[in-house]
Design a protein around this ligand. Sequence first.
Ligand code: C2O
Ligand code: CU
Ligand code: CU
Length: 454
Amino acid sequence: MITRRHALTVMGAAALTPGFAALASPSTIRIQPAQAELMPGKITRGMVSTRPDAPPPVLRLRQGRTFTARVENATPDYTTMHWHGMRLPNGMDGVPYLTQFPMAEGDAFDYAFTPPDAGTYWYHPHCMTMDQMARGLTGILIVEEAEDPGFDADIAINLRDFRLGGDGRFIDLWTARGAARAGTFGTVMTANWQTDLAETAPSGSLLRLRVAATDTTRIYRLYLPGARGAVIALDGHPLPDLQPLPTEEAPLFLAPGQRADFALLMPDEGETLDLMTHAPGAPRRLARVTANGDRMGRSLDALKPLPPNPVPEPDLAQARTEELVFGWSPEGTAPNNGFCGTLGYTFWSINRTPWPGDASGAGPLVTLDRGQSTILRLRNESPNDHPIHLHGLAFRVIASNRRPVSPHWTDTALLLEKEVLDIAFVADNPGDWAFHCHVIEHQKTGLAGYIRIT
Ligand code: C2O
Ligand code: CU
Ligand code: CU
């Protein structure tokens, strides 16, 4: 077997493969106005990123190694930064009012945490969330395994849409009609802010393709026609067994907030692998990876499951069960402005209570003793799907009234319309942990709350 180190020497292509960028994490992340050519020949202004003319970069952390970043706010609006999927100390979670005060223009906040888990995660603001995410502020965060799993190339793809008119300018970022239904869909689908992303990887190599759905609304239905390989991780966490790749007939649903890692055997020089999604009308190619260079001759036989992350296993026999009901908002509840923006409505609720804006005006949905094995029964009374996200912990989906479920560790589970899902975890991380739908219009109009672990 060719080791990665050998492969790098042979290929001499380290600098060309995005996955091999230096491990050093940037010490300053400046949230700032940005612009980019999202549509060919048209400049979109009024974007928000951490660079003036490019998407927020892929951040590479190392499992078990402390990450520190000073996040500065160079926009006129309030903001915070949240590290989606990280099991971190509550004070580093970036949720306004709940874990920190929102940052005004010119403010900075020092984040520091040590990721116990490897995998594909992401980062985004949690204040002015609708506005800043819709304008571009979503980035991929990779936690490298403590031991190199031996891929030859590593490509990260950030999937998201933008709501642009034909002139490339932003149109309404959301609509009341959308917020009260499935959410408002973007008009331009992008991968890494490009409408037709082209990447390369060595021919005959083993490629790790990481895909994150950071859109505010869209549930992608992904497949890789003709590709050879396996799904190796979902939502950051390794699958205990290699799973077959999704196909056009059986695509992988990737809802807002979710991630998938694919291990792929690159074909011969000049041949391509396409990442596709079903989309209204016709299938859409999101990205193409072209094989280049001399054949590396790797084999799928070399592929093994990734080492599991150290997540504590809940004791289901002793677990405490709590039910949470997701539904419409009671009439007449006024949204809360705070500093973090409001859509001006509440449409949604958890246990009949809408979260008032980004503020923590309501008490916790559930209070758990530290160490308690817990089952949350998520009951969807609405006719819409909701990707439900829990901060600060990883959980397993253990049962559904509608379908077989995969019990991998996750932080974001897609709750289908009228579905009842049981999720299980050990409440081992003390703090107030936000718990919300990742369709941001739903989150911002009431489908949010928090769980307290004492
Ligand atoms: Cu991805 Cu509460 O966030
Ligand atoms: Cu999160
Ligand atoms: Cu929702």
